[in-house]
Design a protein around this ligand. Structure first.
Ligand code: SIN
Length: 385
């Protein structure tokens, strides 16, 4: 293989954003342990949060992010996210990314927990992650080398400088790659939990490799549980987006009592940690918890992926009650980086969920992670150009 300028491990939105910035100028290689489309980004439903509406402001998005994060966020990183996010999304739209619009062509904006405004851009109804990932794959695939079914098992570090990686192929062959710059974009740790919204491949590999290499990590204790996984026969079977509650759905018990009433002023749209904890308490008391979606008209049209998920598990959305359980969703902690994605090891970078530059604090605000991947992925791409 010719000299590699930038070697990226992982294939979610952060990885693809870095690659898209660089792949026409540099020799970029992406290594992924399954296929290019096996990522959490591909599964993202809700959308991309951005203060784009006329009556919205980056400061309000900033305040909601800080509040959800329990003020454990790094303020300067949050400001950068929400301000640069506006420019990043505007240029993505200009370049041709098709977010959902109404019949007059206005962008449709959804609402999710702990947001005080409607500011969630979505695509394909609830298939935002898939639409965005496909859009980025198209920009990258002709220019970058994509190696699938190969697992990076360790970093090669000499004198506090990362110079390459060791991999294992599906056949068990061990390979070595040397590169100028190595980017970890391996996602979080959700796949190791019993109840999770994550893709099975998301098992903390990047975090573990960075730890073994002596890289500085931060906030590892902050793990977010999403309140609503579809719950069937004792299994969490996939995400039921918070955007469903944004459209009016409410959490109820089997006897019809409202779960979030009197618990928080935002009720069903309270921050995720609060809603998850409340549902968990109900489950400990042997109650069952459902999302009552009966008031949402045209549910199938607005949420086609969730409708399909329910039908696949013999849950009828027409009957209006979806059984739910909280599940591991997002790791706020990770490899400590600065605003460009640089880590404490030279020539090693981290971006996306595996990284912790401090934007999410103790609890990520809904739909801030695709935005983070786009904004901080672009910044890292600029740095490495
Ligand atoms: C959801 O659609 O509820 C998840 C969105 C997110 O975690 O950002």
């Amino acid at each position: 293989m010719p000299n590699i300028d930038v070697l990226i491990i992982g294939s979610g939105i952060a990885s693809l954003t870095v690659a898209a910035k660089l792949c026409k100028e540099k020799n970029v290689v992406i290594i992924t342990k399954k296929k290019i489309r096996n990522s959490n980004s591909m599964l993202a439903q809700g959308g991309v949060a951005v203060a784009i509406a006329e009556d919205d402001h980056w400061k309000s998005h900033f305040d909601d992010t800080m509040n959800a994060g329990c003020y454990a966020n790094r303020e300067e990183m949050v400001e950068l996210l929400v301000k640069e996010g506006q420019r990043t999304i505007q240029s993505l739209i200009k370049e041709g990314m098709a977010f959902d619009r109404d019949e007059e062509g206005n962008l449709l904006l959804g609402k999710e927990g702990a947001h005080r405004a409607r500011r969630i851009l979505h695509a394909g109804g609830d298939r935002t992650g898939a639409f965005l990932t496909e859009y980025m794959i198209k920009r990258v695939q002709e220019h970058a080398t994509i190696i699938e079914d190969e697992t990076v098992i360790d970093l090669i570090v000499r004198n506090k400088t990362c110079v390459g990686v060791i991999t294992r192929t599906e056949e068990g062959n061990v390979q070595k790659y040397v590169a100028q710059h190595i980017v970890l974009a391996t996602g979080g740790i959700g796949g190791i939990y019993r109840y999770t919204s994550n893709a099975q491949v998301i098992t903390g590999d990047g975090l573990a490799m960075a730890y073994r290499a002596g890289c500085e990590l931060e906030d590892l204790e902050f793990v977010q549980f999403h309140p609503t996984m579809l719950y069937v026969n004792g299994y969490a079977c996939g995400l039921v987006s918070e955007a469903v509650r944004g459209e009016g759905a409410i959490l109820v018990t089997s006897t019809g009592g409202r779960v979030m009433q009197g618990v928080h002023e935002m009720e069903d749209l309270a921050p995720r940690d609060i809603v998850s904890r409340e549902i968990y308490q109900r489950l400990l008391q042997k109650e069952r918890v459902f999302l009552d979606i009966s008031m949402i008209t045209h549910f199938e049209k607005r949420f086609p992926a969730i409708t399909e998920l329910c039908h696949r598990h013999d849950i009828s959305v027409e009957e209006g009650l979806i059984p739910v359980v909280p599940g591991a969703h997002f790791h706020m902690g990770g490899i400590k980086t600065n605003q460009h994605g640089e880590t404490s090891i030279s020539r090693l970078y981290a971006v996306g969920e595996v990284a912790c530059q401090g934007v999410h604090g103790a609890n990520r605000l809904a739909s801030n992670s695709l935005l983070e991947g786009l904004v901080y992925g672009s910044r890292l791409g600029e740095l490495l150009l």
